[in-house]
Design a protein around this ligand. Sequence first.
Ligand code: AMP
Length: 551
Amino acid sequence: MEFAEFAVLCEQLEALAGRLEMRDLVASALPTLNEVELPVFVRFVQGKVFPDWSPEKLGVGPMLLYEAAAYVAGRKKADVVRLVNETGDAGLAIERLLARRQQSAFFDEALSLAEVHALLVRVAGASGVQSQQAKMRLLRQGFGAMTPQEARYFARLVLAELRIGIGEGTVRDAIALAFGMDVKYVEHAQQALNDLGEVALLARKGEDALSSVWIHPFRPVRMMLAQQGTIAEQLADYGPVAVEYKYDGSRIQFHRVGKVCRIWSRRLEEVTHALPEIVEALRAATDRDVILDGEVVAIGADGRPLPFQTVLRRFRRKHGVAAAREAIALVPRMFDCLYADGETLLDRPLSERRHVLEGLLTDHLAPQKVLGDEGEIRAVYEQALRDGHEGVMLKLPDSPYTPGARGRAWVKIKPEVETLDLAVIGAEWGEGRRAKHFGSYQLAVQDRGKLLSVGRVATGITDEQLGDLHTLFKDLVMAESGNSVTFEPHVVFEVGYSEIQKSPNYASGYALRFPRFVRVRDDKGIDEIESLGSIETRYRRQATQNGAGRD
Ligand code: AMP
C-alpha cells in the first residue's frame, strides 16, 4: 500500500461519523495488505507507530516537526506556528504550508506505507548527542517525498494523534469482520498480545492461531482498573467481597522467568532499573515463573506510607538510583497473579488467583479478607485511613482478570475528595517573579475523542513545582499566541475544586470554582481523564446536595 492511499483512507474515515461505517471501511482495506503492511496499517490507523508496551519512542516534539516541515516548504518555523494557531491542528497547518511550496515533491519517489514505517523506526532509533539533527533530517526526507495530504497524516502520526476518531474497539471489530472471525477470539488475542497489529496477522491465519496465544512473561499485560462505588451497593448486588487496602503508591507488573526479573508501570513503561530493591524483594519472595500485579509504596521513617508523588519520582529516575534508594524505602504490596509456571490465570476467578498467589509468594502479599458485613468492611476502611492509606478496594471473588477494563469487579472506596483528572491543553506565561515559567494551565475534559476546556488552574503550584512543570511542558508546545501557548495533550493534572459551575466561557459548558493543583498524574494517560458525562453527573449531584442548581 502506498502511504498516499493510507492518507486518502484516513480522510474518508475522518468524514464518517458512524462507528459501523468506520469499521466497514477499515475492514475493507485489511485483506489487501501484505504481511509487513498489515500490522503497520493497524497501528497507524490508531495513531500509533509502535505497540503501547514497546520501548521504542519517536522522541519528536512539535517544534522539531514544525521545523522539518518549514524547511521543506521553504518557510520559517514561525509560519507553521501561525498556521497551527489558525487551524488548531498541526496536520492541517503543515498540509496547507506544503500546498503552497514553490517546488513540488518528486512524486515518482512516492513512499509506501512500509517505507514510512521504516523511516519512523529510524527516527526512533536516532540517539546520542546528534539525535535531534538526525531526527530532523529523517523528517525532512519524509515531508520532502510527500503530497500535502500525506504530510497531514504523517505529521499527526508523529504527534500520536491522528484525529480520525477511531477507537481500539472499532479496529478490533474491523479485524474480526475482515477475516471472518468471532470478535471474542480477536479480543482474547488482544488481551494476550496487547498489540492489534500482531493480532491482525494471527486473525488472517485463523481461529486456532488467535485462540492459541496466551499471555507470557516479558510482554506486559494491560492493568485491570477500578471504578468508584459504595460498600452498600456492592454487597447488595454481589454479596461478600474481597477487601484489600487501597495503597497510595504506584502500580507495577512484575515478570519473572528463571533468574530474570522485569517490572512495568501502569502505562507499560519498563521501570526495572529504577526499582532495584523491588526486583530484589520479589526475587527473594518467589522462585516461580510468574506475572504478578501489585502496588509499590514508599514508607517513611515512622513506618507510615509517604505520598504517592514520592514513589513516582523514583519511577522516573534514570540516574542516581542508588542514592535515591538510600533516601526512601520502597516496598511492594502484591495483590494478583496473572500467570504462573507456563499457565495463564486471567480467566480464573479472583479467589483461585489469590490462592495461587498465596502459595507462591512468601512475602509482600497485600492482605485480603472476604467480608459480607457492611460494618466489618467499614471498620477495615477506617483502619486503612488511620494507617495512612487511600481507602479500600472491594473485589468480586468470582471475577476474572480483565486487562485494561474498568468495571464493578473492582470498586474503590475512598473519602469524598472533590478532585478531577484533567488534560492540560495549554498555558499562559506567568508574570513578575514567575515570568520565566508557565503561570496558569488550561484544563480539559474528554467527550467522544474531543478535548473540551473547563478553565484554568494556577493556585496550589509551589515555586519549585513551577520549575518542574515548566521542564515537563516545554517540549510539548504546539503553538504560541501572545501570552498563551497550546500544548500537545499529554499530561494529566489532578485538580481540586469547590464547585462545578455552568459557564459559557469554556467549550465544555462548565467551569471549576476555586481550582487547585493537586498533582501530576503521570501514571495516567489522556484517555483516562474525566469525561464530560461525569462532570455533568457531578454537577447534578452537587445541585441536589445544595438543594437547588445554580445556573
Ligand atoms: P485510581 O488510580 O484512583 O483509579 O485507582 C486504581 C489504582 O489503585 C490502581 O491502578 C492501583 O495502582 C491502586 N491500588 C492500590 N491498592 C490497590 C489494590 N489493593 N488493588 C488494586 N489496585 C490498587
